[in-house]
Design a protein around this ligand. Structure first.
Ligand code: GDP
Length: 680
């Protein structure tokens, strides 16, 4: 088994189109595992292996691919976890950020910091993910390395330190200067395999010296080990000492090394792989993972070591056409082995690990064990869901759950061909397994199937996948908002349910108060205020269960009731005819009979919209938000950009991103997240 310090679990993050797919493909190629170069434009790259992703050219699901790279005589295992770039998929991004230790952030050398790179960058800040930056597309017209460096420093407040300078820009881009070794790396042709290490061209020496001085100055401020050498003998600091200092600064989030390249032209990839090994953290370099005891009460820290008790997080489910259901796991401690009986902390059931795989770029490789710090796939786990912890049965810890937001918009869908109805059901079931932010409900009133997700684009992608992977053509209605209902008055009521069918009968009788919840929390608050056992204890949970089931369908427009309180006051039973189901039933009937008198009102989801725009568009953009029933909450100038924070009903946000682009000539950006439910 590899040593912990030989693992790198990394993500590649970028704005759509910055070149993430091409770069990943090249990294896999140069690590020797992919034998033919794929081009995104031909749709045959490895990461985007879903046909539907190829079509869109954006990467949606977070697959994980294992590859190996030799750096300074040591063999590294790099697990590349794919992170999607689009805002609608931020839940996917957050999920992948949980399991990776470091990231390569790719920027387009012409475009600099773009909206999604900004959103993802801030998410990575939140999860404290160390990063290196790759400024890609140096061969493009208008590419300008220093502009992008400055842009990242100013807009993302990152302490970016170039470790390379590009040699030649646009068509002349031929290589990079390594500012640590003070050598030029030149690629003579586009196949990229071989590059020469040469002296720095004379005309670039002054710029290289200046950039190296900047690097050393910045690092010696951050790393004491370097400060002394830098002040006494700056000309003789060894490359290894500089790298060690840069590694420490990167891992502790104090610095971000910056590299240059052109993935499409196969330039700059090998040094990037070296930098992944040199600067990004190994599993033991990141803080210990916080877990709790299975009941969630006692915090437990999980140190990354193969010696400890096994604890792994299931972070992704993939339905694979060949091997079936794959559960991707990150092992945090201990070793997962085939034949293990593990414990699923959510379901409190045993799980047998019968087959393990590593996902390589072109094949699955069987594995007998996945150790601490590593990522792999378990075949055929039926009951395991995304976010579940698998642990040693004697040590049933719970790793921090991944919280997914509730879906907020939906389409009523049906298979175009009636004969496909069952097939659609099966396909949706498989897709729900893979994507925890998707849900499917049947509207009790219309009997329609409602597909719900995080946003317009999310659902569009799902529908395209149904067509591409399952050959299912689907009709869809207008997008529907996930409204909810809430009560505004209290009422008390008595309901008696009695049925006589020949010999045996059914009987239940309850008196209760239905009211809004004083604490306004979601769900049912059930209080049993019965004195003297008018209803035996064993029937009480059935009453609560009955109300809970009933509130799934409100009486106003049939939307779920977000929150209500029931106080059970009194009741009675029949000595022979009362059963638990009768008390469930009576609660249900009572709710239908009287809920309307508690004055239900509609609640609508309201989103938080954070816009960042050059100042000149502030007026038109706030005007547009006002038209959408938006309320401006906060305005602030930051780095020459106006930040506007508003809350806007989701119902008014269809097509917002397109409008925003049009109104600001593509220069404003927005992040839209759920805020709360408000009375409509
Ligand atoms: P992603 O959306 O970030 O995954 O980006 P892709 O890898 O799909 O790349 C988007 C487009 O940019 C494709 O047409 C690529 O061929 C092109 N591209 C990627 N890297 C480079 C590069 O270094 N130079 C040039 N000229 N084009 C590139």
């Amino acid at each position: 088994m590899k040593r912990l310090d030989q693992f790198r679990n990394i993500g590649i993050m970028a704005h759509v189109d910055a070149g993430k797919t091409t770069l990943t493909e090249r990294m896999l190629y140069y690590t020797g595992l992919t034998h033919k170069l794929g081009n995104v434009d031909d749709g045959n790259t490895v990461m985007d292996s879903d046909p539907q992703e190829e079509k869109r050219g954006i990467t949606i699901s977070s697959a994980a691919i294992t590859t190996y790279w030799k750096y300074q005589e040591d063999d590294y295992q790099i697990n590349i976890i794919d992170t999607p770039g689009h805002v609608d998929f931020t839940a996917e991004v957050e999920r992948s950020l949980r399991v990776l230790d470091g990231a390569v952030a790719v920027f387009d050398a012409r475009a600099g910091v773009q909206p999604q790179s900004e959103t993802v960058w801030h998410q990575a800040d939140r999860y404290r993910v160390p990063r290196i930056v790759m400024i890609n597309k140096m061969d493009r017209q208008g590419a300008y390395f220093q502009h992008v460096v400055k842009d990242i420093r100013e807009r993302l407040h990152a302490n970016v330190i170039p470790v390379q300078l590009p040699i030649g820009e646009e068509d002349n881009f031929r290589g990079v200067i390594d500012l640590i070794a003070m050598k030029a790396l030149i690629w003579h042709n586009d196949d990229g395999k071989a590059f020469d290490i040469q002296d720095i061209p004379a005309e670039m020496l002054p710029a290289a010296r200046q950039a190296r001085t900047f690097l050393l100055e910045e690092l010696s401020v951050l790393q004491e080990s370097l400060l002394e050498q830098y002040t006494t003998d700056p000309d003789h600091i060894s490359a290894d000492d500089i790298r060690a200092a840069l590694r420490a600064a990167t891992v502790s989030l104090q610095a971000v090394p910056v590299l240059a390249g052109a993935a499409y032209r196969n330039k700059g990839i090998q040094p990037l792989l070296d930098a992944v090994a040199a600067y990004l953290p190994a599993p033991q370099d990141i803080p210990e993972v916080q877990a709790t005891s299975a009941d969630g009460d006692t915090p437990i820290m999980i140190p990354a070591t193969p010696e400890g008790n096994m604890a792994a997080l299931a972070f992704k489910i993939i339905a694979d056409a060949y091997v079936g259901k794959l559960t991707l796991v990150r092992v945090y401690a201990g070793v997962m082995r085939t034949g293990d009986m593990l414990w699923n902390s959510r379901t409190s059931r045993s799980v047998r690990i019968s087959r393990l795989l590593r996902i390589m770029s072109e094949k699955y490789e069987p594995a007998t064990e996945i150790g601490a710090g590593d990522i792999g796939a378990v075949v055929g786990l039926k009951e395991v869901k995304t976010g579940d912890t698998l642990a040693h049965p004697d040590y049933p810890v719970l790793l921090e759950k991944i919280n997914f937001p509730e879906p907020m918009i939906g389409y009523a869908i049906e298979a175009k061909a009636a004969k496909d109805a069952d097939k659609l059901g099966d396909a949706l079931a498989a897709m729900l397994d893979e994507d925890p932010t998707l849900s499917v409900e049947v509207d009790p009133a219309s009997g329609q199937t409602i597909l719900k997700g995080m946003g317009e684009l999310h659902l569009e992608v799902v529908l395209e996948k149904l067509a591409a992977s399952y050959q299912l053509q689907v009709n869809k209605d207008q997008p529907q908002i996930a409204y909810k209902e809430v009560f505004t008055r209290s009422i008390t009521h008595r309901e008696v349910f009695r049925k006589q069918n020949g010999g045996s009968g059914n009987f239940a009788d309850i008196s209760f108060e239905l009211s809004p919840r004083p604490d306004n929390e979601p769900g049912l608050e059930f209080i049993n205020d019965i004195k003297g056992g008018a209803i035996p204890k064993e029937f009480i949970p059935s009453v609560s269960k009955g109300f809970e089931a009933a509130m799934k369908t409100g009486v106003l427009e049939g939307f779920p009731v977000r929150s209500m309180r029931i106080r059970l006051l009194d009741g009675s039973i029949h000595p022979n005819d009362s059963h638990a189901q009768d008390f469930e039933q009576v609660a249900h009937i009572a709710f239908r009979n009287i809920a309307a008198q508690a004055v239900p009102r509609l609640l609508e989801p309201v989103m938080r919209v954070e816009v960042s725009t050059p100042e000149e568009y502030t007026g038109v953009l706030t005007g547009d938000l006002n038209k959408r029933r938006g309320v401006i909450r906060h305005m602030e100038m930051k780095n020459n950009l106006q930040d506007i924070v508003a809350t806007v009903p989701l119902a008014e946000l269809f097509g917002y991103v397109t409008t925003l682009r049009t109104l600001s000539s593509g220069r404003a950006t927005a992040a839209v997240t759920f805020n709360d439910y408000q009375l409509k």
